[in-house]
Design a protein around this ligand. Structure first.
Ligand code: NCD
Length: 309
């Protein structure tokens, strides 16, 4: 499939990981590799709006960097909840209708699941979901999958242990859906029951014939993994502080865990981390999370090119 065919199939908006298939991913990853380090003006005169109702460092700045590296321009609000007309009571739909007339593409982060789909239903330009509450984070999943392919040289047949907050963590949900496209992938979801993965995701994975296991301790699965995908416990989504405290300390990766991890395995994390990965792990060559974050720029360049060029 060529980049043009791929672009025509993108449906305009990027809302869920389930929009992607293997062909589209292959094209996107080839373009990301080709665009890595590029600075030119192929998106000159194009404007990207970043509309962020929730905090972000990597996602917003890597989208902005990607757009600037391709010669495009960026407008946006990074605290849309307080600095946009949302504080005056404007609905998301009204804001998006307006911003559609100011920019050629909207990158939206919002605290409600389904917000990106709502925005897309009224937008006259492509909407990219940069995280919708506990829903999905498809572009993070793209860079995560790209990282697995680059680090391990393959995706087919990989064994992935998702750890941490699999109940509210949107990145693990989206990545699991993308991994389901690759034959032989085995997924283990490692979390205490209070933050274990939702039945909705398990049902979708099982419908695709993916082999899934649940576990409570990382040490029980460490000898049988290629990727440990650790996640932050999403404090902002808990209503019960006691429940959060119990969940927070459940799974931690430290030097002792790294000693048990196979030499060829990698540790990933969408970041930010709090204390679920000890700083002593950073120097280990198997700690892939900073390389993973860096991959976000090239992936988002490829995505912007596909949506806008
Ligand atoms: C994640 C997110 O916002 O969902 N961060 C990111 O985009 N890299 C993960 C998190 O906040 O824990």
């Amino acid at each position: 499939m060529t980049a043009t065919t791929a672009r025509n199939r993108m449906l305009g908006h990027v809302i869920t990981a389930e929009q992607f298939d293997r062909d589209l991913l292959d094209v996107l990853f080839r373009r990301a590799t080709a665009l890595d380090g590029v600075r030119d003006d192929r998106l000159a005169h194009r404007i990207m709006a970043t509309l962020f109702y929730e905090p972000s460092t990597r996602t917003r700045l890597s989208f902005e960097s990607a757009m600037l590296r391709l010669g495009g321009a960026v407008i946006g609000t990074e605290a849309a909840r307080t600095f946009s007309s949302a504080i005056k009571g404007e609905t998301l739909e009204d804001t998006v209708r307006m911003v559609s007339t100011y920019a050629d593409l909207i990158v939206l982060r919002h605290d409600e699941a389904g917000a990106a789909a709502r925005a897309a239903s009224v937008a006259s330009v492509p909407v990219v979901n940069a995280g919708d509450g506990p829903g999905e984070h498809p572009t993070q999943a793209l860079l995560d999958l790209y990282t697995i392919e680059r680090e391990l040289g393959r995706v087919e047949g990989v064994r992935v242990a998702f750890c941490g907050d699999l109940r509210f963590g949107r990145t693990a949900r989206s990545l699991a859906l993308l991994l389901a496209l690759y034959p032989g992938v085995r997924m283990t979801f490692v979390a205490p029951p209070v933050i274990q993965v939702g039945g909705d995701i398990l049902a979708r994975l099982e419908a695709r014939g993916v082999e899934c296991r649940l576990a409570e301790q990382l040490t029980d699965v460490l000898d049988d993994v290629d990727v440990v995908y650790q996640t932050r416990v999403q404090k902002e989504r808990f209503t019960d502080p006691l429940e959060y405290e119990q969940a927070r300390t459940a799974i931690r990766i430290d030097g002792a865990i790294m000693r048990q991890l196979p030499a060829t395995a990698i540790v990933m994390h969408p970041l930010p981390r709090v204390d679920e990965i000890a700083p002593e792990v950073d120097a280990d060559p198997r700690a892939a999370y900073f390389r993973q974050a860096a991959n976000g720029v090239a992936i988002r360049m490829a995505l912007l090119e596909m949506l806008l060029a």
